[in-house]
Design a protein around this ligand. Structure first.
Ligand SMILES: *Cc1c(COP(=O)(O)O)cnc(C)c1O
Length: 230
């Protein structure tokens, strides 16, 4: 086990003045590691593979708040709909509609964050501003069609670079967009309040730029090894 409880405590201390939440990203890591953080008090965990999340949820304590943070295909929503609390990377109306449908089947509501593309890189998922606008227009035209989803805010990933100025600018831009979307569409919503930005390498910058939720993996669980099955 290579989990780092000292880093965990340090992260929590840094989050405190911002009242930000920690999503402990446990993807590829064994249930024993999750149990260790659970014992230390952590309750929010993030995963980005559907099967892996379903397998872990089945054997771990029921009061864990599970967040799905990766790219989600519509046809896989049904596997996590019975229990998932928040889906971070909603990037189409089609996906939002499917989440609504599956949540309704289980008589639940699922929190959704809208993923916006802020990085300079081409490979990252997420909507551009025009796609975001289209999704919001569709949602606003028929909110009753989406009664089982709570649009809880926005999510983004900065460019994978050591250039802090660039990372800060990207986070800043997303924070601005978050503010304008909130005031235009969600002024009276109790749910739209989360800005999910910041990972192990850039979470302190993200906090300074308005993050309310950081998604941290390797700093807590150690480096991931993708050479095996995962
Ligand atoms: C893996 C992952 C993280 C955590 O990354 P670290 O650099 O290990 O902190 C955060 N967000 C998403 C979407 C991820 O896939």
């Amino acid at each position: 086990m290579s989990i780092n409880i000292t880093s965990y405590k340090e992260v929590l201390t840094k989050l405190l003045p911002y009242h930000a939440k920690l999503v402990a990203v446990s993807k590829t890591k064994p249930v024993e590691d999750i149990t260790a953080f659970y014992a230390a008090g952590q309750r929010i965990f993030g995963e980005n593979y559907v099967q892996e999340l379903a397998d872990k949820q089945a054997v771990l304590p029921a009061d864990i708040e599970w967040h799905f943070i990766g790219h989600l295909q519509s046809n896989k929503v049904k596997y996590i709909a019975p229990f998932v609390h928040t889906i971070h990377a909603v990037d189409s109306v089609k996906l939002l509609a499917e989440i609504n449908k599956q949540a309704a089947k289980h008589g639940r509501s699922i929190h959704c964050l809208l993923q916006v593309h802020i990085a300079a890189e081409e490979t990252k998922f997420g909507m551009d501003q025009q796609e975001l606008q289209q999704l919001l227009d569709t949602y606003m035209a028929n909110p009753a069609d989406f009664s089982q989803v709570h649009i809880a805010g926005m999510m983004g990933m900065a460019t994978n670079t050591t250039n802090e100025t660039q990372i800060r600018q990207e986070f800043h831009q997303l924070h601005q967009l978050f503010g304008s979307v909130k005031s235009t569409y969600f002024n009276t919503s109790d749910y739209f309040k989360e800005l999910s930005i910041g990972m192990s390498a850039d979470y302190t910058l993200a906090l300074e730029e308005g993050s309310t939720m950081v998604r941290i993996g390797s700093l807590l669980f150690g480096e991931r090894n993708y050479n095996g099955t995962k």
